[in-house]
Ligand binder design. Structure first.
Ligand code: NAP
Length: 255
């Protein structure tokens, strides 16, 4: 497949690396110049092309720009009705994309995360996209969503990565205060959490893992009780995204 990436920043670079070596011809736009040059130098299937040539020469175009840049850049580009456009941009609703990428009709939004470079990334998508399945489905977890609001709710939850990592670092720091070995403390915390996470959790595996860590009076249950207020903080923080992500009360039941 001929695949183009408009906006060669952090997430585009991860996606290009995740696609490499699978027989696709990949075009990346010239900005960011250094990221584009690095990808083209490292990966034989990657070439750099100006935005208009990239759109003209791609079957599938991934939009990896900042949303405000997209408003300026996209309207002048030669999109075609037979072309697939997949946006990864935050704050770029489907209605705007349809306007900006006309006459392209097959337009979807997904939410890649940097680990997509190595595979195993969850990819919620709306609407369902055969092109996304074909390109990334073999090595990643494609999760089609019933509505744009459902997709946007994933954006909210994706922000959990940073506070969770922050907690892991706090625990590692506490541990290192007793062991005097920050590197081993970090390694311990990361390996411990990785070990508890099920490979594919979809049928209550997370709840089962938690149940196994709930012995009354045990260290896990005791720390969880001490941190119980953090659950409300998390819900309140997620609810704080409602307006920005277009999640009004009527959306909740559908998700
Ligand atoms: N990073 C993530 O983990 C992540 C995850 C999911 C979704 N997203 C979304 O993905 C989008 C990109 O995020 P990012 O983190 O990759 O940002 P980024 O690193 O800033 O990438 C944006 C890229 O767009 C380029 N650009 C600016 N003007 C351009 C133009 N006229 N034509 C072509 N390219 C142009 C920038 O080049 P210059 O550096 O030269 O200005 C930059 O390389 C955002 O909408 C973000 O919300 C990001």
């Amino acid at each position: 497949m001929r695949v183009g990436f408009l906006g060669t920043g952090a997430i585009a670079a991860a996606m290009v690396r995740g696609l490499a070596g699978q027989g696709h011809r990949i075009l990346v736009s010239p900005r960011n110049a250094s990221t584009a040059a690095t990808l083209a130098a490292e990966l034989p299937e990657v070439a750099i092309a100006p935005n208009d040539a990239l759109v003209a020469g791609s079957d599938v175009v991934f939009l990896c720009l900042l949303a405000r840049t997209a408003e300026e850049v996209l309207p002048g580009l030669p999109f075609r009705p037979d072309q697939t456009v997949i946006s990864v941009m935050v704050d770029a609703p489907l209605a705007n994309l349809r306007r900006l990428c006309a006459p392209a009709r097959e337009i979807a939004i997904t939410i890649p995360l940097p680990p997509i470079a190595g595979g195993g990334c969850p990819l919620p998508v709306y609407p369902a996209s055969p092109a996304l399945d074909a390109l990334f489905g073999r090595r990643n977890l494609i999760l089609p969503q019933p509505s744009e609001a459902a997709l946007n709710a994933h954006l909210g939850v994706s922000a959990l990565c940073s506070p969770v990592l922050d907690q892991l670092l706090t625990a590692a720091d506490w541990l290192a205060g007793f062991t005097g070995n920050p590197e081993a403390a970090e390694a311990y915390v990361a390996a411990m959490i990785r070990g508890y996470l099920p490979e594919r959790a979809s049928r209550g595996e997370l709840a089962s893992a938690l149940a196994q860590l709930s012995t009354e009076g045990g260290l896990n249950a005791t720390l969880r009780a001490a941190m119980a207020p953090a659950k409300n903080d998390l819900r309140e923080g997620l609810d704080g995204f409602r307006t920005r992500l277009g999640l009004d009360d009527t959306n909740e039941g559908q998700t």
